[in-house]
Write a protein that binds this ligand. Sequence first.
Ligand SMILES: Nc1ncnc2c1ncn2[C@@H]1O[C@H](COP(=O)(O)OP(=O)(O)OP(=O)(O)O)[C@@H](O)[C@H]1O
Ligand SMILES: [Mg+2]
Length: 453
Amino acid sequence: MTNVLLIVPDPEMRESMRNQLQANSYVIECHSSFPLQTPASMQIILCHAELAEGVNGLFGVNDCPVILFSKDADIKKAVAAVREGAADYLVYPFLPDELVAAVERALGSRYLHPHPVAGEAMVFYPMLGRCELMLELFARIQKVAPTESTVLIEGESGTGKELVARALHASSSRQQAPLISLNCAAIPETLIESELFGHERGAFTGATSMRSGLIESADNGTLFLDEIGELPVEAQARLLRVLQEGEIRRVGSTRTHKVNIRLIAATHRNLKALTKTGHFRDDLYYRLNVVSLQLPPLRDRGGDIADLANYFLGKICKTLNRPLLTLSPATTAAISNYNWPGNVRELENAIERAVILCDGNVIEADALAIDHSVVANAGTANAHDSSAEPVEDESHNSLEDYFVKFVMEHQDQCTETELAHQLGISRKSLWERRQRLSIPRTKTRRKTPRRNS
Ligand SMILES: Nc1ncnc2c1ncn2[C@@H]1O[C@H](COP(=O)(O)OP(=O)(O)OP(=O)(O)O)[C@@H](O)[C@H]1O
Ligand SMILES: [Mg+2]
């Protein structure tokens, strides 16, 4: 089911379009003028060209494609619309099936074709980027997506690894089947095997009934293993067997059965280095690394940084129902020069905070709460260096300071589970805070006791 937002002032034209779309099982929400808020569930917007004129941020709303149409067959207008980011421009009345074909095309090509959005930034739905490194990445995604190859996505925290995984799946022949994701760092090591491979009844204490695992759920689709560097060694061996033999054995079972999955893995760690220390199996590493995609850190993306800042600004102002704010030249300069240890995610958060706190129409540099001394071209800039943290209001920060200090001091002596326990939080929230505060795990893992399998 695809949700379509249809915006047409003329009632007759609206009804005719609604009928055509309904006959093709689209779910349609109709408006005679541009609604104040676009429902988040919309997957495509069809809007009369006249109404689209002057609507700020129409392109890029919820990252969904926009098709414009009008009775006016003006080629110049059509070209301008597409240049501004429209997926298509149609002339009413439509030829039979023309409307539905255009909708299908726009939905299908979302991930395939870089589109210009307002401000002429390039977007590879839903990723924005036009620097050379990102354009190369988009080209590689397009090449590898339709294949069955295993893909390893590498990049620092917050650089867009998950978006790449989703783009790969959505552009593959498996797009109709599920994309199943698991963050290997976010669930306890002792549960990971049964989560992935399933278990038989009585396989271990607490296994009161048979359960199938995520790999089986991903059958015929894609399995995305995020932070694969955190996968325990025992589970690595089982995963390797799935990749090599195309079959799976539940924990506690003697039987195997066939599964057909495509694996996409991501990590912010250097997997190759982990194979040297014995924390990652090198046979699995080579199996994963058939094609690798590198996400550049934000500081290497040149003009994309300002594009992204403006893109988030437009999006956030719209979500928060505020008139479009602007960045002062000093703010843009500060954004472009900062090291952004948390990359795109940190930039998005900084812009959101600035929008919320801004009283006027212009966002000044201090509203970003970044430390301007942490500049991108400092040479020694290290994304994982906690001294590169943004400096924030101290009263808000004392707990976080304590957290960072505690983790840095204790992580080499205990496992993640022990560390989380000492901090009185779950392993998952320890992981989340590490991401937010840019203190990724550096410690080498102690082996966990083997479970009965
Ligand atoms: N090129 C981009 N254009 C627009 N938004 C982006 C881009 N890259 C990342 N984002 C946004 O930044 C945030 C982080 O992206 P994502 O979760 O894919 O990164 P990640 O590398 O998986 O992060 P982590 O290492 O923390 O898991 C998301 O909100 C995502 O939508
Ligand atoms: Mg991620």
